[in-house]
Design a protein around this ligand. Sequence first.
Ligand SMILES: Cc1cc2nc3c(=O)[nH]c(=O)nc-3n(C[C@H](O)[C@H](O)[C@H](O)COP(=O)(O)OP(=O)(O)OC[C@H]3O[C@@H](n4cnc5c(N)ncnc54)[C@H](O)[C@@H]3O)c2cc1C
Length: 354
Amino acid sequence: MVIEADVAVVGAGMAGVSVAYELSGRRSVVVLEQEGQAAYHTTGRSAAMFLQSYGGPEVRELTAASRAVFDEAGPLLKPRALVWVAPADQVSELSEMADRLPGLQPLTGPEAEAQCPPLRAGWCAAALMEQSAEEIDVLGLHQHYLGNARRRGARIVLGARVEAADHDGTRWHLFTEAGLVKAEVVVNAAGAWADQVASTLGAEPIGLKPLRRTAAVARASDVDPAWPLVADVGETFYFRPEGANILLSPADEIPSEPGDAHPDEIDVALALERVNEATTLRLRSVVTAWAGLRTFTADRNPVAGPDPAREGLFWLAGQGGYGIQMAPALAKLAAGAVLGESTVPGALSVQRWR
Ligand SMILES: Cc1cc2nc3c(=O)[nH]c(=O)nc-3n(C[C@H](O)[C@H](O)[C@H](O)COP(=O)(O)OP(=O)(O)OC[C@H]3O[C@@H](n4cnc5c(N)ncnc54)[C@H](O)[C@@H]3O)c2cc1C
């Protein structure tokens, strides 16, 4: 099989399908995914939150700029407040956060307990609430992008791992498990593999770090679905209702090689221990657990736009722990760069790693 397109996007996670959607209709697009299904890796494994108080200034700006798309694309968000809690030894971190993010509502310990009654009395010294935080229908957003990209003519080829590549001076030749793909432009949206894909294309890696994060769902009794997401400001755990159960994480960041991440029993146990210490939930029985790779650049900003040293190669990588909530704005930025209609701000550019 030989496929010819203007743009080949490598990866059909949230990054790949969102940029494919933005480009399709304007350019002929093919999305190449190594797995037999899209959204198999990190995109299918998130905690599904839209948090405007999470990440650095650039990430928060991209998140805020993405908000409208969630409404336009359908009912993809539902309210789920966020309470950043601080035990006594994290109070100074909480006041730094309060200074940085004056929009958050300060809560006393008892006020935080009133928002989330399972918090153990006296454990939380102070808290900050993001009342407008929301839960995302991640697969709904992914399907919105994938389905509409297809309707605009994009081809999605599964089982098409890009294994080798060369450039004939005009076009890329990508050698995949599904056949040869010829394209003028390649968008590298390969998540944890983005540095490897860059090497395959003869470009320099940018030092991406895939960090494994574990999540689990545990049985609990008397869960009120209106409880907020509770996260400690020192980022050692978070939990929220998931139906009649509790979703929880030890907020781990374990350096990993790109691959199919699996949860380690120790990390699941750590999550249970930390949540049980802060609450009266008495979580023991785990219904399911999973892990995914959150892939970061050294400054934790994503990277988008042209590779300055490799003609026809564009990046859309390093989405870390925010790749769902900021996908809409980041995809528009990346597509604008491919179309030559706009430039990517310096703080997100590939140049800063060269
Ligand atoms: C536990 C956890 C909780 C999270 N919570 C949130 C949250 O609440 N909110 C939020 O916004 N974000 C969250 N995230 C982060 C978010 O999930 C990621 O930032 C986002 O999914 C990254 O999307 P992606 O498309 O870059 O990567 P991926 O979804 O991993 O997609 C990359 C794709 O590229 C493909 N690929 C790689 N190499 C090749 C190749 N050579 N050829 C073809 N295909 C290739 C892979 O198979 C993969 O499908 C969380 C992540 C985890 C793990």
